[in-house]
Write a protein that binds this ligand. Structure first.
Ligand code: PMP
Length: 306
């Protein structure tokens, strides 16, 4: 992944050079992790010198829901968020695939973390982004010893910055042990999701994913995959998944804006299926990448032209 960023950012109501978009060390969100964010992908349209953004409107619906869960607001409605994002993407005029990071953060210089007294500012930056996780190699995952944060702790369905320490711990331990990523379990020992992606597996031809009540972030990619499975007449089940059930799955993959659709070769050193990308995963991955490149008219409503 690149550490470079695209030249312009949206900050305090204006598009400005990204290197000038800075906050104080006294910012409340920096102390307490009280910010919500989104991660949205932009792709170059195949065969054209243009780009588009994947499910922009859906990302902002989740973003506003995250703020609602925190019982706070920003002075931007959904239409305005979409509008300023498209304006920024146009201005940055990316020539590669890219990633958009909107963030609403508690901007006060207050000591108290009392959300009821804090004012949230809104900003966006963009970076070039290719693969975040390898999509052709087959991921080696482990089950993390870190439990997934739950809904009454730090709500996992809200994309809150402070919650990501949970992902950071799981991911870093997995990488230090030689794995690509981790799967985290709910407090009652069912598979929730990856450190920054949702989990799917296939058993006996049925595509299975942890339900929305399993302390997951309700992934936009997850929802897209469920829709694609329905359109391809692949049976789909949203239900709790035991740890050992993942070991004996025929196929498994992660889905997410960063991960896209990345197949899993092993979990806790147990080879998944044949150790190669399975047929259901392959079918979904092929269609997914065709859609995000703008090659599937049927799904063109998922793309916003920059
Ligand atoms: N779970 C977590 C914890 C994530 O950070 C992400 C990435 N946003 C996902 C799942 C996948 O969500 P989406 O498909 O909306 O990117």
């Amino acid at each position: 992944m690149s550490d470079s960023f695209l030249p312009f950012a949206y900050f305090q109501g204006k598009i400005i050079p990204a290197e000038l978009a800075k906050v104080s060390i006294m910012t409340n969100a920096l102390q307490y992790g009280n910010a919500v964010f989104a991660g949205i992908r932009g792709y170059q349209t195949s065969g054209k010198k243009s780009s588009h953004i994947f499910r922009l409107a859906d990302h902002y619906s989740r973003f506003l829901n995250s703020l609602k869960i925190l019982n706070t607001k920003i002075p931007y409605n959904h239409a305005k968020l979409v509008e300023v994002t498209l304006e920024l993407a146009k201005k940055n005029n990316a020539k590669t695939d890219f990633y958009i990071r909107p963030i609403a953060y508690a901007a006060n210089f207050e000591l108290s973390p009392d959300l009821s007294r804090l004012t949230f500012d809104f900003a966006i930056y963009m970076i070039p982004l290719g693969e975040y996780l390898p999509i052709h190699k087959g991921l080696k995952l482990m089950i993390s010893s870190w439990t997934r944060i739950n809904d009454n702790m730090i709500p996992s369905r809200a994309k809150i910055t402070g919650g990501y320490i949970n992902s950071s711990l799981a991911k870093a331990d997995a990488v230090n042990l030689g794995f690509d990523d981790a799967l985290m379990m709910t407090q009652d020992g069912h598979i929730a999701e990856g450190s920054a992606a949702n989990f799917f597996m296939v058993r006996d031809g049925v595509l299975i994913t942890s339900p929305r009540s399993a302390d997951i972030l309700e992934g936009i990619t997850r929802r897209s995959i469920i829709q694609l499975a329905q359109d391809l007449s692949i049976p789909i089940s949203e239900r709790m998944i035991d740890r050992t059930e993942s070991y004996i799955a025929d196929e498994a993959f992660l889905s997410g804006t960063g991960a896209q659709l990345a197949w899993i070769a092993s979990i806790d050193s147990r080879t998944i299926g044949t150790g190669k990308m399975g047929p259901v995963t392959g079918k979904l991955q092929k269609l997914f990448f065709s859609i995000v490149r703008g090659n599937e008219r049927k799904y063109s409503s998922w793309l916003s032209k920059v």
